[in-house]
Design a protein. Structure first.
Length: 141
């Protein structure tokens, strides 16, 4: 007996998506075939953060855009610069900016998915979902 395909979704509808919260790539799975058009988050944790952190996401994206607007041609910015600036604007002091590093990287991944910036390592553009270690951000011009 031949095996039937588990998927009822046409191949062209299986394109990868970007998580609305963290900006990571969501790859199509057979168990999501019925609900694939409604999938917006890569995990339950991102789904929970989507309900609570919309204001912070907008704040961080605005701070990233502002920092990248100041970049001259051929220069890049470090995500830590944005985290430090947002932390200072909130009236924080000390190392509290480190708690903002992952949310800043998430905001950068979302902007990269929208085509507003590029994420680089050693001067080479990398896949935002798979980048590990220190990264730099540069505007798309």
């Amino acid at each position: 007996m031949a095996h039937r395909s588990r998927s009822s979704a046409p191949v062209e509808d299986r394109a990868d998506k970007v998580c609305a919260v963290c900006g990571r790539t969501i790859t199509w799975r057979a168990k999501w075939a019925r609900d694939w058009p409604q999938v917006r988050h890569c995990s339950d944790a991102c789904r929970a953060r989507a309900r609570s952190g919309a204001g912070e996401r907008e704040e961080l994206e605005a701070a990233l855009r502002e920092r990248l607007a100041r970049c001259s041609a051929g220069t890049t910015a470090c995500p830590s610069e944005v985290a430090r600036a947002v932390h200072a604007a909130r009236g924080g002091s000390g190392d509290g900016w480190r708690d903002l590093m992952e949310p800043v990287r998430q905001a950068a991944r979302r902007l990269a998915a929208d085509g507003e910036l590029e994420i680089t390592q050693n001067g080479v553009v990398v896949d935002p979902s798979r980048a590990k270690g220190p990264v730099r951000l540069r505007p798309v011009r």
